[in-house]
Unconditional design. Structure first.
Lengths: 243, 243
């Protein structure tokens, strides 16, 4: 089967992306970084509540501290740039209010907005995402959902603060993948670092209590020695099931 | 700034991807679906432990049940195909053993494998990812990590079953984004559905207890009416911080 140009380009980008543990000294142009961040922000995300943040650490003193918080691993130390990817579980109220504002603006300009959409942001989002202190409201919703769900299909999550973390991490990871692929498309490389001291990263960036750090992204131009192993994946049938 | 061909292609793919809530009747060629799944499996993931699964539901009776578990939303009902994306927190032992097997095979064939890499899979992975019953081992590790971390930077997560869920969801979401962009690159469309009855989905696919369902992906050719709103994003400065 012959694939389109875009499909071939996308395959090239995905196949050539590797986690790079050693970078050349080449800088990454600011325009490239901004473009990649722009594309990250276009990722699909839960109810368009955009629970992500990207902290590009440029100040030399902070960068040095961040290297240490990344356990001084070679990927961090040699990276041209480091971007801290953050997931927030409590920015959804602000972002929901902004969605309502922008939807009402569109409506005022004559765009037809389905009633279901405005109802969704005015009523359903606050109901679905509020969990209350100690997830107590979430717990009550869980009981209600259980009984309601006996008779008919019903949405289950998020029903606790844990679910909210999973929720925020999920959308943020979708954006992180855009970010990594965007750098690859620009012929730059990344290393998504999870082996980090998230406590020190949070302190360094003065992140609020609801912030999670799914990864710190090292960015730069790959050194050949930066690829540790040939690409390894397990048996496809373990992961792809046709039912 | 002039961008390369691949960067321009990637921008086209990302910008044209929208969550589509209404699909045409056109089928998606099997070769396209398999190719997109192949590219999903090349996503970066935590320690290469590949905690993902993709269940492509083709059997008509199961598909109908899955539509209902997706609350019979138009995206599900009109999609040419549905793929259930699953995150697993307990397949890492099997996948770690497979990594060791493949690394040893490479070594036997003469590839130089750094000692740190084999140590990582033989020792560090089992230590890092085992949480024990009721996360008890995780709790002990948390205490140890706290004191160890007072003096020097140290990896923090995963230290509980909740952390393991976050861990599995994160890598699976990276693959989901590859999957969605791959379909777009092939001029097909997707809708990542989270508003689903995960309980019914798990029952339908007989998923084991550790399986999470971050999303069900509707796949097909978009109808113009399938885009509900113009693309909306909040103020960039809320999400991109330069420090």
């Amino acid at each position: 089967m012959e694939f389109s140009e875009d499909a071939a380009a996308f395959q090239r980008i995905v196949e050539s992306r590797r986690s790079i543990r050693l970078f050349e000294k080449d800088p990454v142009p600011e325009a490239v970084i901004q473009h990649c961040l722009d594309l990250a922000l276009l990722a699909p995300n839960s109810s368009n509540l955009q629970p992500w943040e990207f902290h590009w650490v440029r100040t030399p003193a902070k960068r040095e501290e961040l290297n240490r918080a990344c356990l001084s691993q070679a990927a961090a130390n040699t990276a041209a740039e480091l971007i801290v990817c953050v997931a927030r579980t409590r920015t959804w109220r602000r972002n929901c209010a902004d969605m309502i504002r922008q939807i009402e603006e569109l409506r005022a300009k004559g765009t037809r907005i389905p009633k279901a959409t405005t109802d969704y942001y005015y009523k359903l989002v606050p109901f679905a995402y509020t969990q209350g202190p100690l997830s107590l409201l979430g717990f009550l919703k869980r009981i209600g959902t259980f009984f309601y769900g006996l008779a008919r299909p019903t949405t289950r999550e998020p029903l606790s603060h844990t679910d909210m973390k999973i929720w925020a991490i999920k959308s943020t990871a979708l954006a992180c993948e855009n970010l990594m692929l965007a750098f690859r498309a620009h012929d730059f490389d990344t290393c998504p670092m999870e082996g980090i001291d998230s406590r020190r990263v949070r302190k360094l960036l003065q992140l609020p209590g609801d912030a999670l750090v799914p990864m710190v992204l090292a960015v730069g131009k790959r050194r050949p020695a930066g690829v540790t192993l040939p690409r390894i994946r397990a048996e496809r049938s373990w992961f792809v099931k046709i039912v």
